[in-house]
Design a protein around this ligand. Structure first.
Ligand code: FAD
Length: 375
């Protein structure tokens, strides 16, 4: 065997696994069907600005081990996600907090905000869909202005036809705190995510523009003892039981000759009529006063949700009952495999944040190491 591991996919799962295996003296080959490494955290350099090509990525975690791991490779800035919602030209702070409630109703104290939400959620008796779930959590006004249109655009269906489990919980804070995440650590890698990925893959053999399923599957497999597969699990089994469903996204990137377009990294457009859900202005992921932030131009990306069709990027798994049942069938096959590790958001058909993905790769590596060193 030429390699110990053939790793299909150079996203955070594949790159983390490759780093850990290489550091333990194992030989790895990483292949990726895209023309670049990094999977969905890849950034394109446009006019000196790191453009998050597959959607805005903010690193946040409370996992000390994961935080220490990523800090071995790259330093993080102190970016803190605070989002603004634009509802028909009116601006509200997100996530829902005292600033939002003040903007919506003019209430000034947590008690007044509580009373307002309580009065509005009282209308709902039984919860049978997402609309009722949302109203019961935050009241009708916030639902109508900040949740309904955004969610309907995101899922392509009426909130009345969406299952309530999608928003089992909504972050509601009775403090004047616009920070989106509750995690202990948060930031953006200085120099962008490509720095992190390049360091994870340093000294690892990598081949891009190679689709594992392009007719040479068995040749690729014969190169290594163990296959680490981070692509779609239903692709791996050639859709034997059917195709898993996803939601997809389309991004429209634009260079604008203005130093500051919207004054914030992410603005959500929560009405139903605006066809996109958000605009990302990438330079605001960098700190004020930094070289990138001072550039005279800016790059924005409009994000359009769309149905997933063959050939599109698979972004979000649709974890409803029928897809969960289908995934369970594939998972049962995967559990029988002796020399294949399935990991990451596509192979496990699960929404993972970046820190979850890294933690999963670390756990898979630890498990595999134990098996490999068993007498
Ligand atoms: P991927 O990054 O998708 O990597 C899989 C790789 O496998 C890809 O490069 C793909 O080309 C390759 N591949 C697939 N099939 C084949 C094949 N047949 N042959 C060869 N190569 C193949 N997380 C956060 O923590 N914070 C955020 O702010 C955040 N924002 C997000 C925004 C969006 C829009 C989305 C969709 C996700 C976001 N995430 C965020 C989650 C984050 O993107 C994932 O946790 C992470 O990218 C998962 O890494 P992965 O390696 O599992 O998958």
């Amino acid at each position: 065997m030429t390699y110990d591991y053939l790793i299909v996919g150079s996203g955070l799962f594949g790159a983390t696994f490759a780093r850990l295996a290489t550091d333990s003296g194992k030989r790895c080959l990483v292949i990726d069907k895209r023309s670049h490494v990094g999977g969905n955290v890849y950034c394109e350099d446009v006019e000196g600005i790191h453009v998050h090509q597959y959607g805005p990525h903010i690193f946040h975690t409370s996992d000390k081990k994961v935080w220490a791991f990523v800090n071995r490779f790259v330093e993080f800035n102190r970016f803190t996600l605070m989002t603004v919602a634009n509802y028909k030209g009116r601006l509200f702070n997100l996530p829902f907090n005292m600033n939002t409630f003040y903007g919506m109703w003019g209430v000034r104290t947590p008690e007044e905000a509580h009373a307002m939400i309580e009065a509005q959620r009282g209308e709902i008796k039984d919860i049978t869909n997402l609309e009722e779930q949302a109203i019961s959590l935050v009241g009708r006004d916030i639902y109508e202005a900040l949740i309904k249109g955004y969610t309907e655009k995101q899922w392509g269906r009426s909130c009345k036809d969406l299952p309530s489990f999608i928003i089992r919980r909504l972050p509601v804070r009775y403090t004047f705190d616009n920070n989106y995440f509750n995690d202990t650590y948060q930031g953006i890698p200085i120099g962008g995510y490509n720095v992190l990925i390049d360091k994870l893959l340093e000294g690892v053999e990598v081949k891009t523009d190679i689709d594992f399923f392009d007719g040479l599957e068995s040749q690729w497999r014969s190169l290594a003892d163990t296959l680490v597969f981070t692509g779609k699990i239903d692709d791996f089994y050639h859709h034997r039981f059917g195709e898993l469903q996803y939601r997809s996204l389309r991004f429209e990137h634009e260079v604008l000759h203005t130093p500051n377009y919207q004054g914030i990294a992410i603005m959500n457009f929560t009405d139903r009529e605006t066809p996109y859900t958000r605009i990302v202005e990438h330079k605001h992921f960098e700190m004020m006063g930094s070289e990138v932030n001072n550039l005279p131009m800016t790059v924005i990306s409009r994000e359009y949700p769309q149905a997933y069709l063959p050939g599109y990027e698979a972004y979000y798994p649709v974890n409803d009952d029928s897809n969960s049942r289908l995934y369970a069938q594939y998972q049962a096959l995967a559990e029988q495999e002796e020399h294949v590790i399935f990991g990451g958001r596509l192979a496990e058909y699960k929404y993972y944040d970046m820190d979850d993905t890294i933690a999963r790769a670390m756990a898979c590596w630890d498990d595999n190491k134990k098996i490999a060193t068993k007498p």
